[in-house]
Design a protein around this ligand. Structure first.
Ligand code: SAM
Length: 289
């Protein structure tokens, strides 16, 4: 038994922090256990109390709420921990889906674990996995990325680091940026198969499957609703050694926005070289013979 497991068993008189998923568009996806938990805890820590109140009204849940969102996380944690330590149980919910998944929650979870408070996750709705299982893209292995950074240079750097990943990559994106983001993905990943999962669990649920270029055409015509983007892994090419010097390959990636270390790592992997060899070539350092 680990020290952490022992600490959570030891703290019988504290409350429990429950992590409760909520529907991502279809109220029928609320689980019996989620309703029961929200009814029986002392307090619900909600990302948006007005939004969660509608859910509580629907399921006739009368538990009190407290707001817990990205702008008051640090201020709220001591108060929530104190209540948990005094024996109150708290359920944390976000506006939709799983807490902590591109939503508030993770800092509270860490703080509760450190304080030896039991943390109990409930399974339930989540947009990424719901999209993945019907995407038709090889589901394992996959990487969940969530929202890319908004700043163009950071977005390009993140995508450059992901480009060599031999697995499906799942992104969240707002409808206002989906066409532009798909275009940047294609610019950096090259043409690939991909899926847009739109309005999951809702009336107009739709899966748009095709090449990145086809999805860009679709999204450019006016994308509405909520979207998950899943990009298939690139084709594994039997690579002939590149004629382009590795130093130039590194510079090209840096020019596209990659951080030097990420660029060196990717070029080393692509060329079957050690990182140090690529580092030396890039910095003009002579290898010792
Ligand atoms: N915590 C949530 C989860 O577990 O999936 C994600 C919350 S995140 C703030 C919201 C993003 O998730 C949206 O911008 C969209 O990319 C994706 N999303 C949420 N609901 C969706 C739905 N019904 N259909 C498609 N994508 C959805």
């Amino acid at each position: 038994m680990t020290a952490q497991q022992m600490s959570s068993f030891a703290s019988h008189d504290t409350g429990t922090l429950y992590l409760v998923p909520t529907p991502i568009g279809n109220l029928d996806d609320m689980t019996f256990r989620a309703v029961k938990t929200l009814k029986t805890v002392d307090l619900i820590a909600a990302e948006d109390t007005r939004n969660t109140q509608k859910l509580l009204n629907h399921f006739e849940i009368e538990t009190k709420q407290i707001s817990f969102h990205e702008h008051n996380t640090q201020a709220r944690i001591p108060e929530l921990l104190a209540r948990l330590e005094q024996g109150e149980s708290i359920a944390q919910v976000s506006d939709a889906g799983m807490p902590s998944i591109s939503d508030p929650g993770k800092e509270l979870v860490k703080a509760a674990i450190e304080a030896g408070i039991p943390v109990v996750p409930l399974p339930g709705a989540n947009a990424a996995l719901t999209a993945l299982i019907a995407s038709g893209i090889e589901p394992q292995p996959f990487m969940f990325y969530g929202f890319l950074p908004r700043k163009a240079s950071e977005q390009k750097a993140a995508l450059t680091a992901l480009a060599e990943e031999p697995q499906a990559v799942i992104f969240y994106e707002s409808p206002y940026r989906v066409a532009k983001t798909l275009t940047t993905i294609r610019d950096i990943f090259g043409e690939r198969q991909a899926v847009l999962a739109r309005e999951l669990t809702k009336k107009f649920e739709e899966f748009i499957r095709g090449s990145l270029s086809e999805l860009i055409d679709y999204a450019s015509a006016g994308a509405r609703g909520e979207f998950v983007i899943i990009v298939a892994p690139g084709e594994k090419k039997a690579k002939a050694p590149s004629d382009v010097p590795v130093a130039t390959q590194v510079q090209t990636r840096i020019d596209a926005g990659a951080r030097p270390n990420d660029a060196i790592k990717a070029v080393a992997k692509e060329n079957g070289l050690k990182r140090q060899q690529v580092y030396n070539a890039f910095h003009g350092i002579q290898e010792e013979s």
